[in-house]
Design a protein around this ligand. Structure first.
Ligand code: KG4
Ligand code: ZN
Length: 353
């Protein structure tokens, strides 16, 4: 069973072919990230326009790389939410049209649920991919950490899951991006903070960890504000000093120490919640997904503190991609999950789980 996955919820236009839920046959991605960098964040109109321009070439590339023709494809899986409305529309309208014209079943996929399924891919002949050596087992605890989401999900089986916790305000990746802006590091903030943190002292500045009522909920907005206040103080200014004027005043050491202290606190927060959830629910496997899963500090703290081994999938499958959508689509097809109506499937930008 071969499923074509289409993903356009944010700034990546992605398509991939996955066979039987574990074999990655292709993974084509075009990102408009460079176009957004000048603005310090994703500009929805630019993202949508760029999806229109590249979606068909990206799908053709995915089929070509998989050495597949439309005859080989058993179904089309597409992200219908959550995400940016204009961006989601391009993927969904394209998938609907292809479903009708190529006569393929259509599967509507929740982007956040699908993130975890990047970890179900264990085989590929594509060059340059390091995949997990075996599939995770249920019950499965998944930590989804990206620019748009921070969630802890407990999967009892493929379609039976509970959200244990989610962010009350900013997603963790968003916090990395905003803090980077304050301390003068380029967008996207995750990689640039992580790099800068390498030469900083993670214990130089004491930053607060949010304590939430919901045991597994996250909050990162307070941490971001604490970094701002700490930076204002570090450059000898008061709390009404504009955030965008701080960066030029920071010394290299202050910048590195702020990056390291922020990263350490943010990562420790999600690791502590994950370990607490592990202790309570005793899952057989734990996976991490989303762009922030690339973070080395996160991987090392998690491996160190988790009592069971954890595998990390390739970075190209942590950030937004079509393969995770196709993989989840494979399980929907395999287990006879309801298909979507290609004449009426609508986007749901604020879709929850
Ligand atoms: O999953 P993703 O590509 O897009 C969303 O669905 O949001 O995640 C992008 C986010 C950005 O906020 C970026 O700063 C963050 O992932 N990120 C990282 C790292 N690489 C990317 N955060 C921390 N450390 C990294 N190495
Ligand atoms: Zn995502």
């Amino acid at each position: 069973m071969k499923i074509l996955g289409i993903e356009t919820s944010c700034d990546e236009t992605a398509a991939a072919v996955v066979e039987d839920g574990y074999r990655l046959l292709s993974n084509a991605v075009a990102s408009s990230m460079d176009l957004h960098a000048a603005y310090g964040g994703v500009v929805p109109e630019i993202a949508a326009r760029s999806h229109i321009e590249v979606i068909m070439p990206v799908i053709s590339q995915a089929l070509k790389d998989a050495s597949a023709t439309w005859d080989d494809i058993d179904g089309i899986a597409v992200t219908y939410g959550p995400g940016l409305g204009g961006s989601l529309l391009i993927g969904v309208m394209t998938a609907r049209t292809l479903s009708i014209t190529k006569n393929k079943p259509l599967y509507a996929i929740n982007h956040i649920t699908a993130h975890s399924y990047a970890n179900f891919l264990t085989e590929t002949s594509l060059p340059g991919y390091t995949l997990a050596s075996r599939q995770p087992e249920f019950p499965l605890l998944a930590l989804i950490v990206s620019g748009g989401h921070s969630q802890l999900i407990l999967f009892r089986s493929n379609f039976d899951y509970s959200v244990l916790g989610r962010t009350r305000d900013d997603a963790i990746g968003e916090a990395f991006d905003k803090v980077a802006k304050i301390i003068g590091l380029p967008y996207p903030g995750g990689p640039s903070i992580s790099k800068r943190a390498g030469s900083g002292d993670p214990h130089k500045y004491k930053l607060p960890k949010a304590h939430m009522d919901g045991a597994y909920d996250f909050s990162f907005s307070g941490l971001k504000t604490a970094v701002l206040r700490t930076a204002q103080t570090a450059v000898g200014k008061s709390y009404d000093f504009p955030s965008f004027e701080i960066a030029p005043l920071l010394t290299d050491t202050q910048q590195a120490d702020l990056a390291a202290s922020f990263q350490h606190t943010a990562v420790e927060t999600v690791v502590e919640k994950t370990i607490a959830a592990y202790d309570e629910f005793k899952p057989k496997s734990v996976v991490i997904a989303g762009g922030v899963a690339a973070n080395r500090e996160l991987r090392s703290q998690m491996s160190e503190r988790l009592p069971i081994p954890i595998e990390y999938t390739d970075m190209k499958l942590c950030t937004d991609n079509g393969a995770m959508i196709a993989a989840y689509g494979c399980y929907m097809a395999e287990f006879g999950h309801e298909t979507a109506d290609p004449y009426s499937l609508d986007i749901v930008p604020n879709l929850s789980m």
